[in-house]
Design a protein around this ligand. Structure first.
Ligand SMILES: [Zn+2]
Ligand SMILES: [Zn+2]
Length: 257
């Protein structure tokens, strides 16, 4: 699921070494995709999966990074010659969808809880002022509680979307690390913080997730030999007529009956 995407290694060329920023004209540092002078982003590594623009990212508290053009969740790749795989971009699009859900359900949830609180307050005042029968009072409170309950449901959906968004962003980072390492080979942790522009803690989380993913992918397939120990050991000095009785055909016929 998280294996590195098939990608031809990109050869270093004279053009790469002499690359200049299309925005300010300064030479780009070797292998970097972000201009150190003006911050302009270059190359396929910085093509947004949401709006398709080659654009730099800005830091965002909830998303980690977001697109400077469309605001969608992004990863930051400061390296030339690496293209995010379909899997990385799909994880980012998934994070974008969850972000939309999170914003929608949060807004609806807070609005409904606000309305519900107000409705309960009004019902309380009305009941106190008019002293209706118990049945009417219960009905008034039940009706005013409907937006509260609906709002609470919307807020729980928002929390679920927030968790899914975080999972998708981590998945995108792990996948992007795989895309980078498919070109560069295994990177040491300090280089990962540079290339993905992450804090040490965030980079360590990505590396830990990546090693779990690779373990799950590359570990031996489980349960392949579960039945082998139950098989009776073959007789070593069996006479020829008994050996034919234990032939595979005879055994298969026995187990199928
Ligand atoms: Zn520049
Ligand atoms: Zn964008």
């Amino acid at each position: 699921m998280l294996e590195p995407a098939a990608m031809a290694p990109v050869a270093r060329t004279e053009l790469d070494l002499a690359a200049t920023c299309r925005n300010c004209g300064q030479a780009l540092a070797a292998g970097r995709a972000i201009c150190q002078n003006c911050g302009a982003a270059h190359g396929a590594a910085n093509r947004c999966p949401h709006c398709d623009a080659v654009a730099d990212v800005e830091r965002h508290a909830a998303l980690g990074f977001r697109c400077l053009v469309c605001g969608g969740p992004r990863i930051a790749l400061d390296i030339q010659g690496v293209e995010p795989s379909v899997r990385t971009n799909e994880a980012l699009r998934s994070a974008g969808r969850e972000q939309t859900q999170h914003v929608m359900f949060s807004a609806a949830g807070f609005a409904l809880v606000g309305m519900g609180t107000l409705a309960v307050l009004v019902a309380t005042l009305a009941v106190l002022a008019t002293s209706p029968g118990a049945l009417l009072a219960v009905a008034a409170f039940a009706a005013s509680a409907v937006p509260l309950v609906t709002g609470a449901f919307a807020l729980s959906r928002a929390a679920k979307a927030r968790k899914n968004r975080g999972d998708a962003i981590l998945r995108a980072r792990v996948s992007a690390l795989g895309d980078v390492q498919a070109v560069t080979g295994v990177l040491p942790a300090p280089r990962v913080t540079e290339v993905l522009r992450l804090s040490t803690e965030a980079a360590e989380l990505v590396l830990a997730e990546a090693s779990i993913a690779s373990y799950l992918n590359e570990g031996p397939a489980p349960r392949v030999r579960v039945e082998e120990p139950d098989r009776a050991p073959e007789p070593v000095e069996a006479p020829p007529n008994e050996a034919t009785a234990h032939s595979p055909v005879a055994q298969r016929g026995k187990t199928e009956s």
